[in-house]
Design a binder for this molecule. Structure first.
Ligand code: ATP
Ligand code: MG
Length: 223
């Protein structure tokens, strides 16, 4: 789909709610640029940058990295794609981050994936990731074509250091205390759109239909 105007969206949801998978489908279907805060941080860790080394222990412990560090990283990437439509995954994750984003750009839509915590705990421990691209697979419902290897590059998949049961619990806690208030922030601005379910493949058609309606040329002329 070719968009008629710049469209800026955020995707939210607890860890393991399918943000990565749904983001990949959205960016493919609608041609948006994808920015993932977690992928940016993991790329820094992989490349052993100073910042990556500094942040690794908080990430492995399931804690958020400091707001100013994260906001600066994301803003740098956003400035580089000023004239593009984008979808951010994993940012903002605190009210302070959402204010930083708001000061620079107005967000058209926030897609919120509402998946029960019980489902998530089971899911994260059966998740495999292709670190360089951020592509994720799940042995139960979204397996790679060849077990243990990325579909696109054929490179090996790994389990993330922070996908252990204890760390998953801490990430869910951080989500409840620090990120849920961001949902309220966007709800009060009237841009929050919530999709509930336990299976990504069942949630996706609703997200797709919503964005098709939202982005259809007729709608855009009205706005
Ligand atoms: P999922 O991989 O399912 O999206 P997640 O949302 O917990 O789960 P990432 O978004 O990849 O995972 O983030 C991994 C870790 O990186 C977080 O636990 C946190 O430590 C750090 N992180 C990512 N985004 C932010 C952010 N916006 N603010 C602070 N820390 C962040
Ligand atoms: Mg992710």
């Amino acid at each position: 789909m070719v968009l008629q105007r710049i469209f800026r969206a955020v995707i939210m949801g607890p860890p393991g709610s399918g943000k990565g998978t749904v983001s990949a489908r959205i960016t493919k279907t609608f041609g948006l640029q994808h920015i993932s805060s977690g992928d940016i941080l993991r790329a820094n860790i992989n490349a052993q940058t100073e910042l990556g080394l500094l942040m690794k222990s908080s990430i492995d412990q399931g804690q958020l990295v400091p707001d100013d560090v994260m906001s600066r990283l994301i803003m740098k990437d956003l400035r580089a794609m000023d004239q593009s439509s984008w979808l951010i995954d994993g940012f903002p994750r605190t009210v302070s981050q959402s204010e930083a984003l708001d000061n620079a750009y107005s967000v058209d839509t926030v897609i919120n994936l509402n998946v029960p915590f019980q489902t998530i705990k089971q899911r994260l421990t059966s998740r495999w990731t292709h670190l360089p691209s951020g592509r994720v697979y799940n042995v139960d419902f979204n397996p790679p074509k060849v077990s243990g290897f990325d579909d696109v590059t054929g490179e090996p998949l790994v389990q993330r250091d922070d996908d252990t049961p204890d760390t998953v619990m801490r990430r869910l806690k951080a989500y409840q205390t620090q990120t849920e208030p961001v949902l309220e922030y966007y709800r009060s601005k009237g841009v929050l759109e919530t999709f509930s379910g336990t299976e990504t493949n069942k949630i996706w058609p609703h997200v797709e239909a919503f964005l098709l309606r939202k982005l259809s040329p007729a709608k855009q002329n009205v706005a």
